[in-house]
Design a protein around this ligand. Structure first.
Ligand code: NAD
Length: 357
């Protein structure tokens, strides 16, 4: 990528700052993208990924940091959006020294960026980062952190799903509803427990046979193949595994009334699949809104952790989802756009509040 293109990319989504971090001794090559700090410090995890080239890494960190801005804004948190990527093969490059050096770079930003775990980083890595900076969340409970955020994420998804049911079926009960869950890992598994408790009929798929057997025997879930999951005649489809699965081919198979799941960036292209789902009469609960429980949980860590408060805030996802679905229906705009508009409006409104001392 030519040098001048970086500034043109920064201006595309109005990013505030990009920090390139290099250290020959540890081999650290990291990029921290701070998208927007109107509402508060930019919070977002650190991903380790073996990108094909630097342009791909920059593109990823910019896209992800912008997503964090929207997630924080729509959740009513006083947080901005940021993200970091460390370039390289996680199984080869991660060392105590590299993670601590990265922590030094985070420290140098003086709290403008707060980091956390993400793909290919662990709680242990964050403990190393924490040796050099306090601007890190997602620490284990033994270190004063909030521990695993996935139960709170699952609770938020459950709330978003119930609000969608209220809008579509006239009441929010999921009792007797047929619900297909793709990916029954940390979030998907906790979601199944909530749904089972309410009496939903569960259909599940995963690439891990052991975990499928577990939920088939403990919750009576019906196991289907990875291909079958899309075309099931169900009320709700909950993607809880991978991003970008709502592409042209897969959405053509959908027979559900609602899509509501935990996976990040479910729409392959929000400007194409957002309107397409609407046209098909399928209600899509915006992913970054209903999966914000994890962010809500780590935000609580930032202000002083309290699990009850985290759950109470995640419960609010119900009201916001309902509001978004109503705006989508009344303004005839797809739900992802309605959610982004609301997030941008909050940032714009609060920037006005902050304009005087
Ligand atoms: P996880 O790794 O615990 O679970 C993912 C599950 O998906 C695993 O069981 C895995 O075997 C399965 N899977 C992988 N590929 C699959 C495929 N092709 N078909 C079917 N199943 C497949 O991850 P998680 O923490 O439960 O997160 C799930 C999703 O939710 C991810 O997209 C993640 O980014 C998103 N998310 C998670 C949190 C959180 O708090 N953990 C917060 C926000 C968003």
């Amino acid at each position: 990528m030519a040098e001048h293109e970086i500034f043109s990319q920064l201006s595309t989504y109005n990013h505030e700052q990009i920090v390139f971090c290099n250290d020959n001794a540890t081999g650290l090559k990291a990029i921290i993208a701070i998208h927007n700090t109107v509402l508060g410090p930019g919070l977002g995890g650190t991903r380790v990924w073996n990108y094909n080239n630097e342009a791909e890494a920059i593109n990823d960190v910019m896209r992800l940091s912008r997503g964090m801005t929207y997630k924080a804004a729509i959740s009513g948190l006083n947080l901005g959006g940021a993200k970091a990527v460390i370039i390289g093969d996680a199984s080869k490059i991660k060392t105590e020294a590299l993670m601590r050096k990265f922590g030094k770079f985070v420290e140098n930003l003086n709290g403008k960026y707060i980091t956390a775990e993400d793909v290919n980083t662990t709680t242990k890595d964050m403990e190393y980062v924490n040796m050099e900076t306090n601007h890190v969340v997602g620490l284990p409970e033994s270190m004063g952190g909030g521990g695993d955020p996935s139960p709170v994420t699952a609770y938020g998804v459950y709330m978003g799903m119930k609000a969608s049911a209220k809008q579509v079926f006239g009441n929010d009960s999921l009792s007797g509803k047929k619900i297909a869950v793709q990916g029954v890992g940390k979030v998907g598994g906790h979601l199944l427990e909530f749904l089972h408790k309410e009496g939903a009929q569960l259909f599940i798929t995963d690439i891990n046979a052991e975990i499928l057997n577990h939920y088939a025997s403990t919750l009576g879930a019906t196991v289907v193949t990875g291909e079958e999951i899309y075309g099931l005649d169900v009320d709700v489809f909950a993607p809880c595994a991978l991003g970008a699965i709502l592409n042209e081919t897969n959405i053509a198979k959908l027979k559900c009334s609602i899509v509501a799941g935990a996976a990040n960036n479910q729409l392959a292209d929000e400007n194409i699949q957002g309107p397409a789902l609407m046209k098909m009469g399928i209600t899509y609960a915006p992913d970054f809104l209903i999966n914000a429980g994890g962010l809500i949980n780590v935000y609580q860590e930032h202000v002083g952790y309290n699990r009850e408060t985290a759950y109470r805030k995640a419960e609010h996802i119900y009201d916001v989802t309902l509001e978004i679905l109503k705006v989508s229906a009344s303004q005839n705009i797809h739900t992802q756009k309605a959610a982004i508009d609301l997030a941008e409006k909050r940032i714009s409104d609060i920037s006005g509040v902050k304009s005087t001392y």
